[in-house]
Structures are given as structure tokens and as C-alpha cells.
Design a protein around this ligand. Structure first.
Ligand code: URA
Length: 303
């Protein structure tokens, strides 16, 4: 019995069988010497015939045009079957799309106005709800070619009554601040506000204007800045600073002081609001530092 027969017998005895063996061994030389058949003798591949149906292009209509006009929707609603519960009250016919488009158009229009047109537009403005409670709009006051522009928040009760910014005790302090840098109302200084109408709460007390009210009013101030072309802007208090710098409402004024910011390419210095300084006179020294910083922005341009 040769070795191979013995191994097979042994494995079969162990229950491991049958033993699979290669039918013939390929010597190394034969492997490397394999000759491939010339290409032309290889049967050509049978092309697969596409049976996919041609796709008919679908015309995609812009989604917006598929939205019915508000009036059509309201008519459809009005004509709805009477099985619709009677308690459903038709919503007011708001045309929000047109309102937004009007606001964009007005903003573009404001950017081209001269002083006379701008004053008339502010006097008649109804862009936000503040118009309902006002006695006067408060456009701003001062030298229309001033190098210093001071920007407050918005009119309070007295300003609303008189139509002029900063007329109360805070206004007196502001006048002193102006004097400290060598200017006065109407002489190289202009005073404006972020919003032109008084904002009040349900109890008739002054409140901070909302983001929407600020956004509606800001184009007027932007045009005032473009017409005045001041050398330096001074933001008086939080609302002015945060509105101009588009910062989070929780940003404290203290973190914005001591830096020269930029607005519309112009240097902007942030300081405390005069009304705050009246409540906290110990902070006046800081406001003086801020005005010195603003003076440093102004001085080179004034030479
Ligand atoms: N406070 C402001 O911010 N502006 C005014 O005009 C008056 C008070």
C-alpha cells in the first residue's frame, strides 16, 4: 500500500472523507507560459438591447405660481360646502407678500430721498404700530452737515409732545456732553434716534422698541447718515449700539465701550445713554473716556 492509499484509508477510518484532490497539478512553467487566444477568436459579446421606455419630460411649474392668490383662496373658502362648521371664522385678508414687497420698495425709495422728501416720509410713516400712539414723529435735529452724529434710542413722552429729540433732563446732560467735545445742537452736531416714534407699553410707559420697529425705522436713519456724511457716530446706550451693530439683545454696553466700531464705513463709538448717566452719575467718567475716544476719531479728519 503506497502512502497516498494509506492516508486515504486512515482518514476514512477517522470519518473524514472523501479526500478532495486536484485532478492534475499545473507545473509552474505551464502557468507562466499560458497563451491567450487571439482577440478575434473570442466570441463577441452580445450587446444588451435597452428596453427602457423613453422618458417623457415633465414640465415643472414653479411652486409659487401654484399657490392660489389669497383672494382666490378666500373665495374658495367662502364657497365651501355648508357642512363646514359654522364656528370657523374666515381669517382677515392679509396680503403678507405684498406688504413685504412694499417694505423693500419703500426702503429702496428712502435711500434716494433728499432732506425734504425724507422729513415728509417720516412725518407720514405707518410702517409699524408705533404710528398709532404718536403725537409727533421725532425726525432729528441739528446741523445737516455736522461731523458729529449722536444717536439715541427713541423719543420719550416730552419728545413725542414737542417733536424734538432729547428735550428733558437727559437732553440737558447730552448738551453738556456735546459742549465737552466743542460742539452744540445745530453746530457741527446732529442728534437722531433709532426709532422716530415713541414706544410705550400697555400702561403707557416708555419701553424699548422691538426688533421689528427698529427694522422698520432704520432705513430713515441710514438715509440721514448718508445725507449728513458725519465723521464720527456716537451711539448713546444699548438700543442704539445693538441696533447699529446688529448684536444680540443680551450684549452689555460695557463690552462695547473702548473700541472703535464701524457702521456704514464710519467710526462708531459706544457710550452710556444720558438717562442712564442721570441714574448712575458715577459712570460719567467712563462716558468722558468714550467721548475722548470719539474725539480721537474726529480729530484727524478735522485737520
Ligand atoms: N431718549 C432717547 O434715546 N432719545 C430721545 O430723543 C429722548 C430720550
Amino acid at each position: 500500500m503506497n502512502i497516498s492509499t494509506r492516508r486515504t484509508t486512515f482518514l476514512e477510518e477517522c470519518g473524514v472523507g472523501p479526500l478532495w484532490v486536484r485532478r492534475y497539478a499545473v507545473p509552474y512553467q505551464e502557468i507562466v507560459q499560458i497563451e491567450y487566444a487571439p482577440l478575434e477568436t473570442v466570441a463577441p459579446l452580445v450587446p444588451v438591447v435597452a428596453t427602457v421606455e423613453p422618458i417623457t419630460p415633465t414640465v415643472v411649474t414653479p411652486v409659487l405660481s401654484q399657490i392660489p392668490a389669497v383672494d382666490d383662496m378666500m373665495t374658495a373658502w367662502d364657497n365651501a360646502p355648508s357642512s363646514v362648521p359654522a364656528v370657523i371664522v374666515a381669517a382677515p385678508k392679509l396680503d403678507l407678500h405684498n406688504a413685504a414687497a412694499d417694505a423693500v420698495a419703500l426702503k429702496a425709495n428712502i435711500a434716494t430721498m433728499d432732506w425734504r422728501q425724507l422729513k415728509a416720509a417720516v412725518a407720514e410713516c405707518t410702517q409699524c404700530g408705533l404710528c398709532h400712539g404718536r403725537e409727533h414723529t421725532v425726525f432729528g435735529v441739528g446741523d445737516e452737515s455736522a461731523k458729529w452724529l449722536f444717536i439715541g434710542e427713541g423719543p420719550g413722552r416730552e419728545e413725542d409732545r414737542q417733536g424734538e429729540p432729547f428735550v428733558g433732563p437727559a437732553g440737558k446732560l447730552l448738551d453738556n456732553m456735546l459742549a465737552s467735545v466743542g460742539v452744540k445742537r445745530g453746530e457741527n452736531a446732529y442728534i437722531a434716534n433709532i426709532v422716530k416714534c415713541r414706544s410705550t407699553d400697555d400702561n403707557g410707559r416708555d419701553r424699548t422698541p422691538s426688533a421689528e420697529e427698529v427694522a422698520a425705522c432704520l432705513p430713515y436713519l441710514q438715509r440721514q447718515i448718508a445725507l449728513i456724511q458725519p465723521t464720527v457716530l456716537v451711539a448713546l446706550g444699548k438700543t442704539a449700539a445693538l441696533s447699529l451693530l446688529a448684536l444680540d439683545p443680551t450684549t452689555p454696553v460695557s463690552t462695547l465701550r473702548g473700541t472703535v466700531h464701524r457702521y456704514a464705513g464710519l467710526p462708531l463709538v459706544v457710550t452710556y445713554h444720558p438717562a442712564y448717566l442721570l441714574r448712575k452719575p458715577s459712570e460719567k467718567a467712563k462716558a468722558w473716556d468714550d467721548l475722548c475716544l470719539a474725539l480721537r476719531c474726529y480729530a484727524p479728519a478735522a485737520e
